[in-house]
Design a protein around this ligand. Structure first.
Ligand SMILES: [Zn+2]
Ligand SMILES: [Zn+2]
Length: 188
C-alpha cells in the first residue's frame, strides 16, 4: 500500500535560453506529492506516518523554499552572487534561519547560507522530480513523485524493492541497530 503526502515550496527560477516567457526570472508555489510504498506496519496500521514523510523530505527540501534556483551556466548566477557579496549576505544573514544541509548531488548543489540552489539542468517540473528523487531515494521507499508548478505538472513512478523495518509504536524507520530513533523501541 502507499502513504501519500504533499508539501509546497515557494521559489524563483527561470529557464535560461528557453524561447518563451519563462526565460525571465519569475516565481512559483510548487506542490510536491510523495508516495511511499511498503507493507502496512501492523502495530500502527500504516505504511509510514505522513507527517514523518514530510519531516524527512522537508529537512532537505527546505533549501528550495524561498530560494532562487538557477542553472549552473546561467549568467545571472555570478551577477546575483556579486550583489549578495556586496550587500554582505552571501555567507548568511541572521534572519536566514530556514537552512537545510548543504547537499550536493550530480544534479543540484545547495547554498543554504544564501538561499540558492544551482542545478545542472533547467529546473522544470520534470527536472525537479529528478533532483528530489536523487535526494530522497535512500531515505524513503518512493513509489511515485509528482510536482506541480502553475499549469505544469509531471510525475514519475519508481520500482520499490524490499521493505523498511518500522517501529510498531510510532511507524517511523528503525535505525541500523533496529532501534526507533523517536521512542526508543528495540526490535527483538
Ligand atoms: Zn517557472
Ligand atoms: Zn517508535
Amino acid at each position: 500500500m502507499r502513504s501519500i503526502t504533499t508539501l509546497s515550496l515557494q521559489y524563483a527560477h527561470r529557464f535560461y535560453g528557453f524561447k518563451g516567457e519563462a526565460q525571465y526570472l519569475h516565481g512559483h508555489t510548487g506542490e510536491l506529492t510523495i508516495e511511499v510504498e511498503d507493507t502496512v506496519e501492523s502495530g500502527v496500521n500504516m505504511v509510514f506516518p505522513c507527517n514523518e514523510i514530510q519531516k524527512t523530505a522537508w529537512e532537505v527540501l527546505k533549501n528550495f523554499d524561498h530560494a532562487l534556483i538557477l542553472r549552473e551556466d546561467d549568467p545571472l548566477l555570478p551577477a546575483i552572487l556579486d550583489v549578495y557579496e556586496k550587500q554582505g549576505i552571501r555567507n548568511g544573514a541572521p534572519t536566514n534561519k530556514m537552512k537545510g544541509p548543504a547537499f550536493e548531488t550530480d544534479l543540484a548543489k545547495a547554498y543554504p547560507e544564501c538561499r540558492l540552489v544551482v542545478t545542472k539542468e533547467t529546473m522544470t517540473v520534470e527536472g525537479m522530480i529528478k533532483i528530489v528523487y536523487d535526494l530522497l531515494k535512500d531515505k524513503l521507499n518512493i513509489a511515485k513523485l509528482s510536482f506541480t508548478s502553475g499549469v505544469n505538472k509531471a510525475s514519475e513512478e519508481y520500482e520499490v524493492s524490499g521493505t523498511k523495518d518500522r517501529c510498531p509504536l510510532c511507524g517511523i524507520a528503525l535505525n541500523e541497530k533496529g532501534v526507533c530513533p523517536k521512542c526508543g523501541y528495540k526490535k527483538a
